[in-house]
Each structure stands twice: as C-alpha cells, then as structure tokens.
Design a protein around this ligand. Structure first.
Ligand code: S6P
Ligand code: ZN
Length: 189
C-alpha cells in the first residue's frame, strides 16, 4: 500500500520549519540610506536585528514556472520617528507578481510603480495583498510589536534592490502622537 510522505516544510504561525528553510537576517546596519534621518540612524545600534526572513526555495532561483515561499518577521524599531521598513525592491523580471498576507501585528504595504506613483494598503492578520508586476514593494511595521507576514513569489522573479537604493520610494510613514502619518517626499504629477 502507498504511504503518504511527510511535507518538507511546515509553518506554525510565523515560524517556517524544515531542513530546507533558509533564514536571512538583516541588521539595522544593512538598511543604510533607507531612512530619512541619517543622523538618528547613525546614532543607533547598527548590530540590532531589524527583520528576518525564512524562505523555502524548492527549486533553483531563475527556474521558470516555480514558486518560492517566505515569512518575514519585523521588529518594532523606529528611526527618527519613521517606522521600520524592509529594504523594498522591484522584481528584476518586472513582469512577475507576488502575494503578501498579514500574519501577526499590523503594518502597511507600500507599492510604487515605475513612474514613482505610490499606494498604501493596511496589513493585518488575515489580509491578502496581490502585488502586480512592475510594482516595487516595501513593508512597514506600524505597530509596537513584531509584525510578520507571508510571501509567495515566482522563482524567476529575481530582485532589483538597486533602483530603490538610488531613487527611494516617494512616500514615507512616520509615527506622530502614537499614530501613523503618511508623508509625500517627492511630488509626482
Ligand atoms: C521576496 C519577497 C520577500 C522579501 C522580504 C524582505 O520577493 O518580497 O520575501 O524579500 O520580505 O524584504 P526585502 O525588500 O528586504 O527583500
Ligand atoms: Zn518581491
């Protein structure tokens, strides 16, 4: 009789478990030039953990038709009043989409097209976000605890961090009186 095999990977809430899970950690120091207030950034502990990504990459990067899966946990850090953000990226292969979904805590998904037009979506446990092709995406932890979210993207998407490092996003989110406030940094249109 055929016996069912065990899955290679499983998740409990925001933990991805399995031998093939790869864990990547980004310290605050890896987020140089992400925040507006460089002086505040420089005065902070560069070694502190900003966010970690658990990824399950069942096929080789670049494979056509495959899928990758990840969970990101972001810590409640603020830099000069600005909430912690992921580096943010376009996909190198622009015509590839991605799903994000909220698992724990609250945050915002910042999306930007190639003309610099931005849009924000609230992220919370159970929210699902379709990120179409040609859109840069960045997550922002707007709560005072861990914010975690899931992601699923094509294995041939690749990552273009350079465009964001050079140009940035045209919107920033600050905490003012305990609430998120959205500010435009570049006027588009
Ligand atoms: C990959 C996907 C996520 C991010 C992760 C960290 O396409 O969007 O797994 O890699 O959330 O963000 P970033 O911008 O530092 O890669
Ligand atoms: Zn992506």
């Amino acid at each position: 009789m055929m016996k069912p095999g065990l899955p290679e990977v499983f998740f409990i809430k925001d933990m991805l478990i399995g031998e093939k899970v790869v864990k990547t950690q980004r310290n605050l120091g890896a987020l140089k030039s992400v925040f507006a207030d460089q002086e505040a950034f420089d005065s902070m502990d560069q070694e502190q953990l900003a966010y970690e990504v658990y990824s399950y990459l069942p096929v080789e990067e670049g494979t056509d038709g495959g899928l990758f899966f990840g969970i990101t946990c972001m810590y409640p850090i603020k830099v000069g009043g600005e909430y912690l953000m992921t580096k943010g990226h376009f996909h190198a292969n622009r015509d590839t989409a991605e799903f994000y979904w909220g698992i724990e805590g609250e945050g915002m998904l910042l999306l930007m097209d190639e003309e610099g037009k931005c849009r924000l979506e609230k992220v919370f446990p159970g929210s699902l976000h379709y990120i179409g092709g040609c859109l840069a995406h960045r997550m922002i932890n707007t709560c005072n605890r861990v914010f975690s979210f899931g992601a699923c993207w094509p294995s041939d998407a690749g990552h273009d961090y350079g465009s964001i490092e050079r140009e940035g996003f045209s919107v920033r989110v600050y905490e003012e009186d305990g609430h998120p406030v959205v500010k435009k940094v570049i006027d588009i249109e």
